[in-house]
Design a protein around this ligand. Sequence first.
Ligand SMILES: N[C@@H](CCC(=O)N[C@@H](CS)C(=O)NCC(=O)O)C(=O)O
Length: 203
Amino acid sequence: MRLYDSPFAPNARRVRMFLAEKGLDLPRANVDLAKLEQRSDDYNAVNPFQVIPALELDDGSVITESIAICRYLEELHPEPALFGSTARERAEVEMWQRLAEFQLLFTIAQTFRHTHPAMREMENPQVPAWAEASRAKAMTAMRRFDAALASRRYLAGENFSVADITGLIALDFTKPARIVIPEELGNLRRWREDVAGRASAKA
Ligand SMILES: N[C@@H](CCC(=O)N[C@@H](CS)C(=O)NCC(=O)O)C(=O)O
């Protein structure tokens, strides 16, 4: 197996953090996004959608989409369970993973991609009005996550899950996106500190 990876890319970090939680390591190939290597012919042969991460299996087939890669690794290495252990837990992990991905990570990433000068080539055309609409959605989502975290330790309940990985990585991406997490969101801050303190968060 080989993981196509890139050090500063949030979606690649989701898979790295997942691997670290499982105590796994995989051979990696670095794709330099700054040099637009994701659009090279070589990488296009791996993933025609031209994004990382991608997991190449030993038979040459490829799995893309960070959550699909994590699900595959979970099937191969079920412990510790990061997608839930019971029907109810699995549904809640799925729910919060999707909320973290679409309400937080997507809106924060869109704010970054449509404002940051380093993204001019990758996100062409940049649409500043879309960045501002995305920023407002990210702020609303952070408030809603803060309210949900008033009554639980982790996003999907009392057990750490892949939803927390997506959520942490989304919040860490507020810095390059120049989004300030409001001081008063104490539950969100407490949860972030908790998850960021895990050894896997350094991945
Ligand atoms: N939904 C995909 C998103 C993948 C994605 O957007 N990756 C970014 C890096 S975080 C990328 O490769 N961007 C390159 C580009 O937009 O050209 C996943 O979860 O893997």
